[in-house]
Design a protein around this ligand. Structure first.
Ligand code: ADP
Length: 461
């Protein structure tokens, strides 16, 4: 594949991830282009880019960022070489990736074929099985009838988890603990999957009790070279959504770490994966790990991997999309051994969710915004400043705090200090809840799994 320099980059996204990508591009001498919806008229991300253009005029706040025709039109009118989709919105839309390709615009991500394959969780499981990596017992196809479900339950027992084939963001999953619950759960999961993902197909997996969520960051180039950037522990979840992430995981010894990272590499190498991606696993208390899915895009929690490896993943994505090999000086990863990790990093997602009101997202004008900071603290945000209006239209993320230190304990102390330095008035936030998480003895000793939040009422006080 020959190289093509990116001079003008459009980010088809908003908020903190748009700003994160603009920063990476600016450091590479690339001119940055924002798009913004009518509702985002005064959002900071548009002012952090060199140029910005209104997208999807007359459309809804979300629809504007999903308006493929308008985005392509803006890109073509403004000589854009490449589009970075961020996460969410069009990041896992194969049709969008394909349109970019057809229009001669570089899509910064894997091929449309791989986006499609990994977007179908049943297909992803099939790929994992073919690559010889362990998967959770599950149905090999989407299930059609109650009979299929009963058959699976008979063979594997309860509990079972029902998942949408096109699911994401922790939505549309249902845990079934006995046969009496099965029919209703199935109906609900189907209708939820249809309304959330436009695809009512569901499949079944054995539900694992008290696993840890461990995921491996991968970088592959378009020449067949691929490396891992070690793992993140994302077990602190609420309703299957990540809240606090840690890298590296306290739960892995060198041998288990190597086994999981090698399994991730095996799958992605076999898939011919290029660009950044994440392979997600569940790890059971008896130290067995199982594949769950691949996220073929940059993830919210990529920051903590950057902190422990020193590798700018977004810049690597851009260089890979230009056709560079991992070993080129522009990326500088000639071998797996060149990826070294040191220290510990923790990320907290500060949101406008109100812990006292069932984590309902709050909206309104920020009356006060004083930010934490200092040595070992990285902030990825953009929406927060005194007077900013937080609209109810988009996800509730205000700022991501990532701390880094030589030991996990120090990283946790930095996090607590930073959380306490923040003053946000005018909207409710989850700051007090996050403080409770990062001071909890089970968190500090690494003794937590995906049930941590749900089983600790003391976190909500
Ligand atoms: P999504 O794509 O919606 O994020 P995932 O398949 O990645 O869904 O799963 C999200 C979370 O749901 C996992 O981190 C885990 O906490 C839980 N989960 C998913 N599958 C299982 C399972 N088979 N057993 C136990 N927990 C599961």
């Amino acid at each position: 594949m020959h190289k093509r320099k990116i001079n003008r980059l459009l980010v088809a996204n908003r908020g903190e991830i748009a700003i994160r990508i603009f920063r990476a591009a600016t450091e590479l001498g690339i001119r940055t282009i924002a798009i913004y919806s009518e509702q985002d008229n005064v959002s900071i991300h548009r002012f952090k880019a060199d140029e910005s253009y209104l997208v999807g005029a007359g459309k809804g706040p979300i629809e504007a960022y999903l308006d493929i025709d308008s985005i392509i039109e803006i890109a073509k009118r403004n000589d854009v070489d490449a589009i970075h989709p961020g996460y969410g919105f069009l990041a896992e839309n194969a049709e969008f990736a394909r349109r970019c390709e057809q229009e001669g615009i570089i899509f910064i991500g894997p091929s449309p074929e791989l986006i499609e394959a990994f977007g179908d969780k049943v297909e992803a499981r099939r790929m994992a099985i073919n690559a010889g990596i362990p998967v959770i017992p599950g149905t090999p196809e989407p299930i059609e009838t109650m009979q299929d479900a009963l058959l699976f339950a008979k063979e594997h027992g309860y509990p079972i988890i029902i998942k949408g084939v096109s699911g994401g963001g922790g939505r549309g999953m249902r845990i079934v603990r006995s046969q009496d619950e099965l029919q209703e759960a199935l109906d609900r999961a189907r209708s939820e999957a249809r309304s959330s993902f436009g695809n009512a197909k569901v499949y079944l997996e054995r539900y694992l009790e008290k696993p840890k969520h461990i995921e491996v960051q991968i970088l592959g180039d378009s020449h067949g070279n691929i490396v891992h950037l070690y793992e993140r522990d994302c077990s602190v979840q609420r309703r299957h959504q990540k809240v606090v992430e840690v890298a590296p995981s306290l739960a892995l010894d060198d041998e288990l770490r190597e086994a999981i990272c090698q399994a991730a590499l095996k799958l992605m190498r076999q898939a011919g994966y290029s660009n950044a991606g994440t392979v997600e696993f569940l790890l059971t208390p008896d130290r067995q790990f199982y594949f769950i899915e691949v996220n073929p895009r940059i993830q919210v929690e990529h920051t903590i991997t950057e902190l422990i490896t020193g590798i700018d993943i977004v810049q690597a994505q851009i260089r890979i999309a230009e056709g560079h090999a991992l070993s080129d000086p522009e990326i500088g990863i000639p071998s797996q051994e060149a990826v070294q990790m040191s220290g510990y990093a923790i990320q907290c997602r500060v949101t406008t969710e109100d812990p006292e009101n069932n984590f309902l997202p709050d909206a309104g004008r920020l009356l006060a915004w004083r930010s934490g900071g200092g040595f070992g603290v990285r902030l990825d945000g953009g929406n927060g400043y005194p007077g900013a209006i937080i609209t109810p239209y988009y996800d509730s993320l205000l700022v991501k705090i990532s701390t880094y230190a030589t030991t996990f304990d120090q990283a946790a102390r930095k996090m607590l200090r930073t959380l306490r330095e923040f003053r946000i008035r005018g909207v409710k936030t989850n700051l007090p809840f996050l403080e409770n998480v990062v001071t909890h003895p089970d968190f500090l000793s690494g003794q937590y799994d995906t049930s941590f939040i749900d089983t600790k009422p003391e976190l909500f006080i």
